[in-house]
Design a binder for this molecule. Structure first.
Ligand code: ZN
Ligand code: ZN
Length: 157
């Protein structure tokens, strides 16, 4: 389902952004982007920090946070704020134009793509004299199986 992300293209895009905004491009920042590409899913800043240190990257929490911030600013990352949770990130390129279903019991996140939603967004925006650029939709739901749902609770994925 997830499409192959070209890490070199993303790195180039990030380097260009940093140069334009006059931020320093450090090896740590490049490493953060590498690890994100490896994960290929949603993650929180703390999850990424823990993963990187578990892999021996020795990176500070502050660097992880600031790099995520920069990657979001240059639109390589999408930042989501799911119900009651800390912000989650994902690569914009891994699955364009998708939305999320979130289980209100266990917090499981299901991704889906539904063409009609774009049309609704455009229609609503046009009706108000605006131009739709992007959207982010979260549908709150419950898992079909209460047993599996219970089991999902506390999972970090
Ligand atoms: Zn997603
Ligand atoms: Zn659930």
């Amino acid at each position: 389902m997830a499409q192959q992300t070209d890490i070199e293209t993303l790195k180039h895009q990030f380097a260009e952004f940093l140069r334009r905004k006059q931020y320093r491009n450090t090896p740590e920042r490049g490493k953060v982007l590498d690890r994100i590409a490896e994960m290929d899913r949603h993650f929180s800043a703390d999850e990424l920090y823990v993963t990187m240190n578990a892999k021996g990257d020795r990176i500070s929490r502050a660097t992880v946070y600031s790099t995520l911030d920069l990657l979001t600013k240059c639109t390589i990352l999408m930042k989501h704020r799911f119900q009651g949770e800390s912000a989650h990130y994902e690569l914009s390129s891994r699955m364009p134009d998708h939305d999320h279903l979130i289980c209100v019991e266990c917090g499981r996140i299901v991704e889906f793509r539904e063409r009609g939603i774009d049309d609704i967004g455009e229609r609503v925006a046009q009706g108000l004299g605006m131009t739709a650029v992007n959207h982010s939709l979260q549908i709150f739901a419950v898992c079909p199986d209460p047993v599996t749902c219970e089991h999902n609770k506390g999972d970090e994925a």
